[in-house]
Design a protein around this ligand. Structure first.
Ligand code: ADE
Length: 224
């Protein structure tokens, strides 16, 4: 999968994909994240990318030309399955959306800033609008990093244990069960005995019960 991210603050995106699972995905050739500095497409000597909004009002708006030029240049190189715009008024990001996006080949993610982008970008270029939650960030970069991480780890071959993403929280409309590691006894705080029993079916049953209990307690809204 190739993900092209268009950003006015590309430095914000340097670190998130260079560690841990995202790094491994890149090293295995499974995920290629390419970051584009919108400023390089800016207009005039000052490489302008934003301007005052028509009709007046506070706050700058990202101009259509730099974004259009960047998107069109990318689209001339390959076909894109989606042009995603990160925006607080987009559709709320969730696990089913991450699952669907992980099946795509080439994706552009546009990060908004200031008051947002000229509406014509959204109308004519953007195919999916995503919000990561009901709060406003100062830009779309951190939101884009969240989406790339959630999607990237689902690409087959990225996680070492192929099955482990299947047991993530939210994959079955259930939260994941609690997990423990050594020591089995930490100053009297014990690991549940069933996990030490070696009895696979019982462990599975216990995990399912715990998932159910946890979901009922914490997120009854996702329980089917
Ligand atoms: N840009 C600013 N806030 C955002 C949010 N909550 N989700 C996605 N993009 C954003």
């Amino acid at each position: 999968m190739r993900i092209d991210i268009i950003s006015a603050v590309p430095d914000l995106l340097q670190s998130p994909f260079n560690h841990s699972i995202m790094k491994r995905a890149a090293e295995r050739g499974l995920l290629d994240v390419v970051i584009h500095d919108l400023r390089a497409y800016g207009l005039g000597k000052h490489r302008q990318i934003d301007d005052y909004q028509f009709g007046g009002g506070a706050g700058m708006v990202m101009m259509i030309e730099p974004i259009a030029n960047c998107i069109q240049r990318l689209q001339a190189e390959r076909n894109y399955d989606a042009v995603i715009y990160m925006t607080p008024d987009g559709k709320r990001f969730d696990q089913p959306t991450a699952n669907r996006l992980s099946l795509l080949q080439n994706v552009i993610i546009l990060c908004g800033h200031y008051k947002g982008v000229d509406e014509r970008i959204r109308k004519h270029f953007v195919t999916i609008e995503i919000s990561i939650g009901d709060y406003v960030l100062s830009g779309g970069e951190l939101a884009a990093a969240v989406v790339v991480d959630a999607v990237g780890r689902l690409i087959p071959g990225v996680l070492n244990d192929e099955t482990s993403a299947l047991f993530d929280s939210f994959q079955d409309d259930l939260l994941a069960p609690p997990v423990y590691t050594r020591p089995a006894d930490y100053q009297g705080w014990q690991v549940p005995a069933v996990l030490l029993s070696g009895h696979e079916r019982k462990i599975e049953e216990w995990r399912y019960e715990q998932s159910l209990k946890r979901t009922q307690e914490r997120r009854p809204d996702i329980l089917k």
